[in-house]
Design a protein around this ligand. Structure first.
Ligand code: PMP
Length: 444
């Protein structure tokens, strides 16, 4: 690709050279240099497309890894941001947008009585776990293999690319060098969809602060309703708080999230991405008994014994909350967008599946409600470790670069996402780029 990209994007490659000298950009890896050194630098983003500094336009299926459900530069969001800016950006002092966003969140989820705003999904999960540990006065966290819950030490245990132990008895493993090994000791790892494995919750009930999971895991895009029903019932029986990580799925798969689709309700929900309209944002919402753990008590100084600390200079700032409230109001007023997204998802997935099966290429595509997981593999992967073991990741990465030549931007190592701004014609363009890419990959 080096020669091709050198011709297609010289200005971009100059920006890459500047980045090489000064920056490590966080992401799955250093995003300017891995898996290859051909990043896109965006000059303009509108609707479902981004344009780079060399005037190449790409249909974007990364969507900023989740926030841009309505597409880039959406008029409702831009208007809310501009209006809020006119009045001055404030944080750390009262602003009505924070109250409005909290009200919208609480109104959208039957399980939510109160909300606490923060700046990212990672922070939301950190606070939710802290609330549960404080409430239960216990330390251990039960989580599911392959579910990423942000980059905190606890959130990363047994997440991306990391798994250990037997399939039916996974062992916790640190998610990164430099994380506290204590978080590994404090984790019980289970498998999503493994009903029998849930007996381990019963065995560990006395030590558990909470159970956390993505109700519809983003990496494999599966939704196991009987499993979620059983898990909810067991957590209620054992009195263990259940946390849904809906950082990706919240307001993306349905207004509210997966919990509203399946009518199964956690004690706490972690949100981020869509609810900030593209600005840094997170929220923990749920039962007042937990959210109130972060509230000042009667003690005028500080009730260290009974309260969990929740800080954040920029949490609930006026700009983020104005943008987030605008997104939620727009989604609430336009429920047909969710039908359109699901129809478009199934239509595109069918076209992609047809292209691979016609060529005899082993490829699995799981897709629901705007989220797509594509792996080059012979076997259906139900579990994260099956997906990791049986997939040709080199081919997945190569696909992203072939697609780039056909004006489609795919994230290289992440589920891809469509937005409400993508039209059926856009998706036809994706499908056609996919066909050409497959043919080129087979020929090379
Ligand atoms: N939970 C899930 C399921 C996620 O996918 C992510 C981020 N991709 C997070 C939490 C963390 O959110 P953030 O990157 O906003 O900290």
């Amino acid at each position: 690709f080096a020669a091709h990209f050198a011709q297609q994007m010289p200005a971009t490659l100059r920006l890459r050279e500047r980045a090489r000298d000064t920056l490590v950009a966080p992401g799955h890896a250093d995003r300017y240099f891995f898996p290859s050194a051909f990043p896109v630098f965006v000059r303009q983003a509108t609707g479902g497309r981004v344009r780079d500094f060399d005037n190449n336009e790409y249909l974007d299926l990364c969507g900023g890894y989740g926030p841009h459900l309505l597409g880039y530069a959406h008029p409702a969001i831009n208007a809310a941001i501009s209006a809020s800016l006119e009045n001055g950006l404030v944080n750390g002092i009262g602003n009505p947008h924070e109250v409005e966003l909290a009200e919208l969140l609480v109104a959208s989820l039957p399980s939510a009585e109160k909300a606490l705003m923060c700046n990212s999904g990672t922070e939301a999960i950190l606070f939710a776990i802290r609330m549960c540990r404080g409430y239960r006065r216990r330390n251990k966290v039960a989580k599911f293999e392959g579910h990423y819950h942000g980059f905190s030490d606890q959130g990363m245990v047994s997440s991306w690319f990391r798994f250990s132990g037997e399939t039916d008895r996974p062992e916790p493993i640190a998610g990164s060098l430099g994380t506290d090994p204590g978080t590994v000791d404090n984790t019980l790892v289970l498998q999503y969809g493994d009903l029998r494995g849930l007996t381990r919750l019963r065995e560990n009930a006395d030590e558990l602060a909470c159970v956390i999971l993505e109700p519809m895991p983003t990496s494999v895009v599966t939704l196991d309703v009987p499993f979620l029903t059983e898990l909810r019932a067991l957590c209620t029986e054992l009195d263990i708080p259940l946390i849904f990580d809906e950082v990706v799925s919240g307001f993306r798969v349905a207004y509210g999230g997966v919990q509203n689709m399946v009518d199964i309700h956690p004690d706490l929900t972690c949100l981020g991405k869509v609810i900030g309209g593209g600005l840094p944002c997170g929220a923990v919402v749920g039962r007042a008994a937990f959210i109130d753990m972060a509230k000042s008590s009667q003690d005028p100084f500080y009730d260290y014994e009974n309260r969990v600390f929740a800080g954040g200079t920029l949490s609930g700032n006026s700009l983020t909350c104005a943008a987030g409230a605008a997104v939620l109001r727009h989604l609430d007023a336009n429920p047909q967008l969710y039908t359109q997204l699901e129809n478009n998802t199934q239509r595109l997935a069918a076209m992609l599946r047809q292209s691979t099966s016609r060529r005899g290429i082993a490829c699995r595509i799981n897709a629901r409600n705007s989220i797509f997981s594509l792996t080059f593999s012979h076997r259906e992967a139900r579990l994260y470790r099956e997906r990791m073991a049986g997939s040709n990741f080199k081919a997945t990465i190569a696909l992203a670069y072939y697609m780039r030549k056909h004006q489609v931007y795919l994230p290289e190592l992440h589920s891809f996402l469509i937005s409400a701004a993508h039209t059926t014609e856009d998706l036809d363009q994706v499908a056609s780029g996919f066909e050409k890419s497959l043919d080129e990959m087979l020929a090379d």
